[in-house]
Design a protein around this ligand. Structure first.
Ligand code: ADP
Length: 153
């Protein structure tokens, strides 16, 4: 089973969409393994968004991620990284497909509700960035036999 990171961004916190976002991943059948509210800092955002450091909007996205605390969550499941990333949709909320979280709740490139890890390798790095080992819980998910066929798990 894979684990992946979701950050519920300040825009979603202010718009009252925390429950909606969590609910979607729960209903999909993913298991919530860790969750907390944290205040992001310039230092951690420089690290998290290092691939965007040279972009003109770098300061703007860092600022928007610090307007309120965020919710960081760890979700677990078979192919969880791909599933969660696809459920988020394209970066630009105006282009994201209807039915995806960004497609349904965002009309912006920047204000796009959530961050999700894009690869398994990045998920591992990002989870370690935001969670200590004792904040990620490994416990048996009840109903696993109804979520997966027994040759899948
Ligand atoms: P994603 O979050 O879809 O993986 P990126 O890693 O490219 O996308 O970008 C990180 C975040 O930076 C985006 O989710 C979005 O909030 C913001 N962003 C990306 N591109 C732009 C842009 N051209 N203008 C403003 N904000 C942007």
């Amino acid at each position: 089973m894979e684990k992946t990171l979701v950050i519920v961004k300040p825009g979603a916190i202010q718009r009252g969409l925390i429950g909606e976002v969590i609910h979607r991943f729960e209903r999909k059948g993913l298991q919530l393994c860790g969750m907390k509210m944290i205040q992001l800092t310039d230092e951690i955002l420089i690290e998290h968004y290092a691939h965007l450091a040279q972009r003109s909007f770098f300061k703007r996205i860092k600022d928007s991620m610090m307007i309120t605390p965020v919710i960081v969550c760890c979700w677990k499941g078979l192919d969880a990284v791909h599933i969660v990333h696809e459920m988020a949709g394209k970066t630009n909320g105006r282009e994201a497909a209807q039915g995806t979280i960004r497609g349904d709740f965002s009309v912006s490139v920047q204000e796009n509700i959530i961050h999700t890890s894009d690869t398994l390798e990045n998920a591992k790095v990002e989870l370690a960035r935001f969670f200590s080992n004792d904040e990620i819980f490994d416990f048996e998910q009840s109903g696993l036999n109804f979520l997966y066929a027994n040759n899948e798990i």
